[in-house]
Design a protein around this ligand. Structure first.
Ligand code: HEC
Ligand code: HEC
Length: 132
């Protein structure tokens, strides 16, 4: 009986740990650099953000950039490869994949917190360009 209780306790601890791990990742970013480096912007954009990585150029040529993807999402038309890229690129961290998010920028709860800090896509780029 005692080993059984121990096992339950151990399992409990490990799920607690993984939950906490997720929350750490979900910390609201504090700077534009943090957004740029930790939320995959750097997969496609370079610094200064007027330039693209090779992968970003590839995405651009396919027509799956930020504005295009977000437009599809807002029209509830995000499907196939575009939908996959929206998930893979981490847009879903802050935006609603089905276009049912809050406000004009189609945000989820976490995205709203990021917006409060003015560290969304536009806010981040403004800061990185030194316009803020
Ligand atoms: C999968 C590649 C990819 C990722 C990841 C990505 N972007 Fe983009 N983004 C693009 C491309 C390509 C464009 C230009 C074409 C378009 O918008 O459709 C663009 C456009 C933008 C624009 C509009 C720029 C303008 O001149 O109007 C902003 C702002 C932006 N991205 C910010 C971000 C931020 C911030 C992140 C990270 C949170 C991010 N992007 C992640 C590919 C990406
Ligand atoms: C860390 C959170 C975060 C991530 C990740 C993120 N965004 Fe955003 N994005 C925001 C917020 C917040 C706004 C609104 C405020 C602003 O733009 O500064 C925004 C604004 C935008 C805008 C301009 C507003 C509009 O609706 O036209 C586009 C386009 C956009 N995001 C697309 C994307 C795409 C596509 C991705 C993935 C490649 C992405 N974002 C990833 C937080 C994020």
């Amino acid at each position: 009986m005692r080993w059984f209780i121990m096992l339950i306790l151990m399992l409990g601890c490990s799920t607690l740990k993984s939950k906490r791990g997720k929350e750490i990742h979900k910390d609201v970013p504090k700077s534009a650099f943090e957004v740029f480096n930790n939320f995959q912007c750097n997969r496609c954009h370079k610094l200064p953000p007027t330039d693209f990585t090779d992968y970003g150029k590839d995405i651009l040529s396919k027509g799956y950039g930020c504005i295009s993807l977000q437009t599809l999402a807002k029209q509830h038309k995000l499907s196939g490869e575009a939908r996959r890229i929206f998930v893979e690129s981490g847009c879903v961290e802050c935006h609603d994949i089905n276009g049912n998010g809050f406000g004009k920028a189609n945000l989820n709860e976490f995205g709203l917190k990021v917006q409060d800090k003015d560290l969304g896509c536009v806010g981040t780029f403004k800061r990185l360009l030194g316009e803020d």
